[in-house]
Design a protein around this ligand. Sequence first.
Ligand code: RNT
Ligand code: ZN
Length: 418
Amino acid sequence: MNIKEKYEAAKSEYAKWGIDVDKVLEELKKVKISVHCWQGDDVTGFEKNKEALSGGIAATGNYPGKARTPEELRSDLDKALSLIPGKHKVNLHAIYAETNGEVVQRDEIKPEHFKNWVEWAKERGLGLDFNPTIFSHPKASDGLTLSNPNKEIRDFWIRHCKASRKIGEYFGKELGQTCLTNIWIPDGYKDIPADRLGPRQRLKDSLDEILKEDIDKKYNLDCVESKVFGLGAEAYTVGSSEFYINYAAKNNILSLLDTGHYHPTEVVSDKISAMLLFDEKVALHVSRPVRWDSDHVIVFDDELKEIAKEIVRNDALDRVIIGLDFFDASINRVAAWTIGTRNMIKALLFAMLMPNKKLKDLQDEGNFTERLALMEEFKTYPMGDIWNYYCEINNVPVKENWLREVKKYEEEVLSKRK
Ligand code: RNT
Ligand code: ZN
């Protein structure tokens, strides 16, 4: 049987449960994943005066061939995107500005420093998302930025965030797709604080100042990302979950949940429904914490599937903004993007191919036996045949065939980067 024939056979299995697979594939095609540029260069960026990665995050490994220039990074992204079905967005950080070899301070970045990115995205019909970079910088060296007791430092980062929102607005206007501008700061303390309120008060004031200017939500959506701890900030994080969820709700901006930013047994899949009841939209950084916020490449595991199920069965594909956030420097970086992004899409497909209405009814009837039985049986339904067909009709390599392309690219391009 060829791919199409296998698809037809699998389709009829799902049809028995009232699942219209052709329609599912149409729906899936509309979903945009925000692919983070920083997997391509281990969160280095292109600043002339760049500093080592800081802020309590780390990219480990030294796999050869990392992108050193904007052209290389875009070419690597092009390669990865050619192996991923669908049309997506690319997520940039301020440190990916192109400044023509000039030192431009972060509080002075402007839309013009991203015009190459915009041109590139326009040509390909991609959207862009944005993040101020509030780490890897001398003014973040004591681990405090928007909550720093020093007003000069706070003001610097406030100006940086204001500049970032203008860049988000520019992306939105130029590309005709709303940009999500996400603020994450590393602020916290290694050891037991004597004052937990003060830094949070200062962070709140800084955010108020940043958001003062009204920007049309058609172009830019503001968003804040919480965290539980970072390397070197183990005892206290200023921007905790409670802080940001409350802040976002009161100020009508988005909360971003990063799957690596909670206690080890706490899961984001369980949080989505609670957020959806109170917020129009919620943003995600899908990552994979292994023992800590390690940002491993996401795999097709239970939690990824559970997140996808929560998005799909709550009919929230247009309300949950799915971004990825991992950076593994120990494997081929183009492969890392491809594996992770394909997994995210695959998980959504898995969720869309479940008899969700039936399962919900069983739950409401208290029929937990059948609920569990069906959930388990659907794990081995022939989803792979649907996935392969989806890849084929979207002109990307089927199954592991994408790996050949990556190997070829490694030989011809990546291995020449010394
Ligand atoms: C850090 C946050 C943040 C960063 C990126 C690079 O723990 O997850 O989102 O990973 O901004
Ligand atoms: Zn994140």
